[in-house]
Design a protein around this ligand. Structure first.
Ligand code: AMP
Ligand code: ZN
Length: 112
């Protein structure tokens, strides 16, 4: 856990979130400022700053991806597909420095 991290606070229940998925190691919750009809964030409960830090833990990576694909199979609006986005660092548009994957769907995604 990282003391002042927003998403660690969500994991600890100190800040509310609309949870859509939870396991021992992974949490999925709705993005507070959605960019699509379905916009959820998937995180490992263990804090890492960004995807390059998380990448050295293959088990955590695999848990994260299998959790979100499992979640997606339960949502009819995601049956025909969805988009995953990982922002890395300020230049990549990362604003919360607890590694997260955006899952966007429920509409036809276009370009970038
Ligand atoms: P990024 O810009 O990739 O770091 O994404 C951070 C995302 O976190 C943004 O899409 C925000 O809308 C979202 N966000 C920020 N605060 C919260 C919160 N308290 N609950 C849910 N999502 C949040
Ligand atoms: Zn954190």
């Amino acid at each position: 856990m990282s003391k002042n991290c927003l998403f660690c606070k969500i994991v600890k229940g100190e800040i509310p979130a609309a949870k859509v998925f939870e396991s021992e190691t992974v949490l999925g919750f709705k993005d507070i400022n959605p960019s699509a009809p379905i916009h959820v964030l998937f995180i490992s409960k263990t804090h890492t700053n960004d995807i390059s830090e998380l990448s050295i833990d293959p088990t955590a990576l695999s848990d994260l991806f299998s959790s979100l694909t499992e979640y997606a199979t339960t949502i009819p609006e995601l049956k025909d597909g969805y988009r995953l986005i990982i922002n890395k660092g300020p230049r990549g548009g990362q604003s919360v420095f607890h590694t997260h994957i955006h899952l966007l769907g429920g509409k036809q995604m276009q370009g970038f």
